[in-house]
Design a protein around this ligand. Structure first.
Ligand code: B12
Ligand code: SF4
Ligand code: SF4
Length: 326
């Protein structure tokens, strides 16, 4: 027999920063929320989310012996230490190092093998990092890892908003953890600081306005009204995580793969980006990083928007300098 404590010890020995367990069952209430969100069109061009319900149903039907979901958190926080120069755009922290799908996916496979060894039988386990129709934040809250903040990130009492989430759905019967109860209270800092007003007071975001969506998932041109609000973000956005008071809990990651030295780092050179003429060169340049989630055309489009914004900033500065001279 393998206990929940054994599972957590094993997860910690493999470097996972947090681990909790919840029962394997469809999350009907949360899926209903997702349905409403989709009905309101808040997902924009992320068509793959539209059949989430059907995919989730098929997933659970294909795994009737599933008993538990082991939810892992991976701390990816790194302090900014960029000393580079040039005309550059900001990259969200989650994409500084190596592609988390690959890094964590590999570690999950190892976890699965070690669990079978410990259990003394070949267990059935499906691994997931973004890759299955599972609402990862809801599962993490149910497994006791933290609560969902107004900006819709899972906030961990130990690591703040800087955890990747990953799961093993398994046929092992394990004792479930108590769901985490917490709330933002009256805080609304992220709502006030989000440049595009994408965060709703009642919680959750309108992805169509979110810079992370616009720079990574949105394939068409960026709407005129939002271009200047994107500021310096060339890939993703971290503002609502950086301003969250729970960021005071952040600690440097132990995963060398996610440090800025392991990948593209904190900023991308915009003029260099604009010189990438073919998809082949683009793929080679960003191989093994999460940047490839965006196509070459999208990243170059983002680079143009940020250049426009930096130019505007410079013009404003010049204006201010003249004001001072006068
Ligand atoms: C689509 C997606 C996006 C979209 C939409 C984001 C969104 N907020 O919905 C975009 C491209 C904008 C995005 C951006 C980011 N993402 Co993203 N994304 C996803 C993905 C693939 C699906 C999320 C989803 O289904 N969204 C639809 C909405 C409706 O679902 P939801 O917000 O999770 O809400 C559900 C529940 O949480 C619950 N719920 C929602 N609000 C509330 C409120 C209360 C009170 C309660 C009880 C429940 C509840 O009900 C909802 C419906 O089921 C997940 C992986 C996954 N499979 O879960 C990663 C994921 C959520 N993303 C992640 C990350 C890291 C990011 C970014 C930080 C990356 C960046 N810096 O650019 C940003 C953060 C932006 C933000 N403020 O959310 C991590 C989050 C980790 C964490 N600690 O929470 C995930 C879990 C990936 C992972 N495996 O680690 N993302
Ligand atoms: S990621 Fe940026 S744009 Fe998106 S909700 Fe957070 S602050 Fe707003
Ligand atoms: S900034 Fe405040 S309101 Fe927003 S998620 Fe953090 S605690 Fe909640």
């Amino acid at each position: 027999m393998i206990s929940s404590q054994d599972v957590k010890r094993l997860a910690a020995s493999l470097g996972f920063d947090a681990c909790g367990i919840t029962r394997a069952e469809p999350l009907s209430e949360d899926e209903a929320k997702l349905k409403d969100w989709l009905r309101e069109g808040k997902h924009g061009e992320m068509k793959y989310l539209e059949n989430f319900g059907d995919r989730a149903k098929r997933f659970w039907e294909s795994f009737p012996e599933a008993k538990s979901v082991i939810v892992m958190g991976v701390n990816y926080y790194s302090e900014a230490r960029d000393r580079g120069s040039g005309i550059r755009g900001r990259v969200a922290k989650y994409a500084w190092g190596k592609d988390y799908h690959k890094v964590i996916g590999k570690r999950l496979e190892e976890f699965k093998i070690r669990l079978s060894e410990k259990a003394g039988r070949e267990i059935r386990a499906e691994t997931c990092v973004d890759t299955k129709p599972l609402l990862e934040r809801s599962l993490a809250q149910k497994a006791g890892l933290g609560f969902i903040g107004k900006q819709s990130q899972l906030l961990s009492p130990k690591f703040g908003p800087w955890l990747f989430l990953a799961e093993l759905v398994t046929d092992l019967e394990l004792e479930a953890d108590i769901p985490f109860i917490g709330s933002c209270g009256t805080c609304r800092i992220c709502i006030d600081e989000c440049p595009t007003e994408a965060i709703r007071l009642e919680g959750g975001i309108d992805a169509r306005k979110c810079i992370a969506y616009l720079t990574i998932e949105h394939k068409s041109e960026i709407p005129d009204a939002l271009r200047s609000l994107i500021g310096e973000w060339v890939f993703g956005c971290d503002i609502c995580l950086e301003v969250c008071p729970f960021t005071s809990k952040a600690k440097e990651t132990q995963w060398s793969e996610f440090k800025p030295e392991s990948g593209v780092g904190e900023k991308l050179d915009l003029l260099k980006l604009l010189q990438i003429q073919t998809n082949g060169v683009y793929e080679k340049e960003f191989q093994g990083t999460a940047i490839l989630r965006a196509r070459r055309k999208q990243l170059l489009r983002n680079a143009r928007v940020v250049l426009e914004n930096l130019d505007e900033e410079k013009n404003k500065d010049r204006g201010r300098a003249f004001e001072r001279v006068d």
